[in-house]
Write a protein that binds this ligand. Structure first.
Ligand SMILES: *Cc1c(COP(=O)(O)O)cnc(C)c1O
Length: 382
């Protein structure tokens, strides 16, 4: 089956009792057994739930993976992956990382004596220099947040395999429609399904997909033992969102490309970061490993200060100032004061997060209206 067909059908069969075409929301905590042990594959809802099973199978199919596991949030999925590690183990990660991931690494798992190293992962020699016998996990985001750098997944996967280190790719920004890391050699893919997978800014949800049965068994054990499972209503919303993932992603990509081109020509804009631009430093890698360049665009202003950025953001009407991304509606964010506020100034500047950096999650509205909205707001900036 091809992608669009899987998005609509994978994991989902009409309900055998009623014929309902849509997987029901199984809002139940337990399942009646014929007698002790005489169950139908469902015993207790932390362990299994049919709405969750349908979603897990659907997300696994989209990532071309065998095993899917869903969690109550993207961070809960990340937490489960890290819980496979032991004290003394080390992780190497992208330096331009989702803030919450940086926080769970440095402020939660560092307490359990797990070591974290951050590197510019577009430079393979920088990673190799950090690898040692304690290294157990490579953690990649591509495109990265908010600079939209692209990491060569095939090369990183080959490196990880040669050192027998597990590679996890946070595929939130691309979604499985644009990029399938397992096919390129990754061991695990994780998602904040809150973003493009669900796509409508109405649910918080996470997922992991793998082809490795041992990893899947380990992660399933943690999912059940620690219990950060999603409720059936949330699983229903994500399943429903996924049915239009391919349609939404095409629209996100088309709008983002037009907005990046518009911003590039604007005289008040200093730099535009979008993997679809020929000038993007990893444009060719993006072209090779992605089906499209995504809906995220970031840019900085010639007048590089917080005031200019704030003025711009106060004057957009369609782009709403909010955290998060990947919904049908357009959002605008200011990494330096929002998502990256906890990162020290010197660190932040090093990764390119300057004071005037603006991040757009380009929605699927009419692109003419979106450009007009940015144009009016930019006219207010001196
Ligand atoms: C939002 C996000 C997360 C965290 O997911 P939640 O669903 O908010 O817990 C992780 N990684 C990336 C890239 C994200 O954008």
């Amino acid at each position: 089956m091809k992608f669009a067909t899987k998005a609509i059908h994978a994991g989902q069969n009409p309900d055998p009792n009623t014929g309902a075409i849509i997987t029901p929301i199984f809002q139940t905590s337990t399942y009646v057994q014929d007698g002790p042990g005489g169950h139908k594959g469902y015993e207790y809802a932390r362990t299994q739930n049919p709405t969750r099973t349908a979603l897990q199978d659907c997300i696994a199919a989209l990532e071309n993976g065998k095993f899917g596991l869903c969690f109550s949030s993207g961070m809960a999925a990340t937490d489960a992956i890290l819980k496979r590690l032991k004290p003394g183990d080390e992780v190497i990660a992208t330096n331009d990382l989702y803030g919450g991931t940086y926080r769970i690494f440095n402020q939660v798992f560092a307490r359990y004596d797990i070591g974290f190293h951050f590197a510019d992962l577009s430079d393979l020699s920088a990673i190799e220099a950090l690898i040692n016998p304690k290294t157990k996990l490579l953690w990649i985001e591509t495109p990265t947040n908010p600079m939209l750098s692209v990491v060569d997944l095939k090369k990183i996967a080959a490196l990880a395999q040669s050192y027998k280190i597990k590679l996890c790719v946070d595929n939130t920004f691309a979604s499985p429609y644009l990029q399938q890391p397992l096919d390129l050699g990754a061991d695990m893919v994780c998602h904040s399904a809150t973003k493009y997978l669900a796509g409508h800014s109405d649910v918080v949800h996470g997922a992991i997909v793998t082809n490795d049965k041992r990893l899947a068994d380990d992660l399933r054990f943690i999912q059940n033992a620690c219990g950060a499972v999603p409720g059936p209503q949330d699983c229903f919303l994500v399943l429903r969102g996924i049915k239009t993932l391919h349609l939404r992603m095409d629209a996100h990509c088309k709008n983002a490309k037009a907005i990046a081109a518009y911003l590039q020509l604007h005289k008040k804009v200093a730099a535009v970061h979008y993997p679809g631009l020929k000038e993007h430093p990893q444009h060719l890698i993006a072209k090779k490993q992605m089906k499209g360049f995504g809906g995220m665009v970031s840019f900085s202003l010639r007048r590089d200060n917080m005031t200019a950025a704030t003025l711009l953001m106060k004057n957009t009407r369609l782009f709403s100032c909010a955290e998060s991304l990947g919904g049908v509606e357009s959002l605008i964010g200011h990494p330096a004061s929002m998502t990256h506020a906890s990162i020290p100034y010197e660190e932040r500047i090093k990764t390119g997060v300057v004071d005037s950096l603006i991040r757009l999650s380009v929605g699927v509205e009419d692109v003419d209206d979106l450009i007009l909205d940015l144009d009016k707001a930019l006219s207010k900036v001196r």
